[in-house]
Design a protein around this ligand. Structure first.
Ligand code: NAD
Length: 257
């Protein structure tokens, strides 16, 4: 198995893209740590389900990615990692003048600062092992902007910058760092935006999906969590050992426009 003997931590992996990536890494043979802040029965059951499906060793560790000490404790409690996927993220949509300050702080903390803290905690172990992969889940919004998403776009551009710095510092040590930039993927974070968009544009669900969301995506199709997982597994492969400090868009052509 391609990733046998490697331990992977995926932040925010009880749902959506993080869960899709966690499943593909476990399928590729990695030992897996599933994370969220909820610590519910469902979270523990999900870890057991992935272990059953894939035959991988899977643990669930609760940690709140809005808290720096939790970010660092996650890496420590896991016993370090060979593969770190910084995926946890939230969204809020409002005009800058009306954007609540606490939402700005929460988005910057969860979508950007958490990756700094987990990476800082994970790198020493990766350097000692002479092998490591840091995969940051940015967004098409790490490369382009949309109105009303100030905090999200700022955090995602920030994580692309952090990706480059991490790659430069890790270069020559067997450790790479790259960012995956998804376009629209139909996960809970996107589902939650549909009712608001229906109201704002006075459109039905299908029209919002087609004309508001996927109008940015030339393929006219959502990307899938399995495609994000496959891209992450590729970035962990030997073929990707010299790919570092870059972004990989999985966005149906959005950023080619
Ligand atoms: P999602 O809402 O399904 O998943 C978000 C994950 O983050 C969940 O597992 C949740 O438990 C976790 N999370 C949220 N706050 C947390 C906290 N304080 N501590 C720990 N975990 C926390 O959404 P998703 O679409 O799967 O998003 C995952 C990532 O992909 C995010 O970084 C998002 O910005 C990015 N992304 C998503 C899309 C898309 O279209 N869905 C596009 C581009 C980028």
């Amino acid at each position: 198995m391609q990733l046998a003997g490697k331990r992977a931590i995926v932040t925010g992996s009880n749902s959506g893209i993080g869960l899709g990536i966690a499943r593909e890494l476990a399928r590729a043979g990695a030992e897996l740590v599933v994370n969220s802040f909820t610590d519910s029965e469902e979270d523990h059951a999900l870890a057991a389900e992935i272990a059953h499906e894939t035959g991988a060793r899977v643990r669930y560790i609760a940690a709140d990615m809005s808290k720096p000490e939790d970010c660092r404790a996650l890496i420590e409690q896991a016993g370090g990692c060979d593969i770190l996927v910084n995926n946890a993220g939230i969204q809020h949509v409002a005009k800058i003048e009306e954007f609540p300050g606490e939402k700005w702080d929460a988005i910057l903390a969860i979508n950007l600062s958490s990756a700094f803290h987990t990476t800082a905690a994970a790198l020493p172990g990766m350097y000692a092992a002479g092998w490591g992969r840091v995969v940051n889940i940015a967004s098409a919004h790490g490369l382009t902007a949309s109105p009303y998403k100030s905090a999200y776009v700022a955090a995602k551009h920030g994580i692309v910058g952090l990706t480059k710095v991490t790659a430069l510092e890790a270069a020559g040590k067997g450790v790479t760092c790259n960012a995956i930039c998804p376009g629209y993927v139909l996960t809970p974070i996107v589902e939650k935006q549909i009712p608001d968009q229906m109201k704002t544009h006075n459109m039905d669900r299908e029209t919002v999906i087609r004309e508001v969301m996927l109008s940015r995506q030339p393929s006219g199709e959502f990307a899938t969590v399995e495609q994000m997982g496959g891209t992450a597994v590729f970035l962990c492969s030997e073929a990707a050992a010299q790919i570092t400090g870059t972004t990989i868009s999985v966005d149906g052509g959005w950023t080619a426009l």
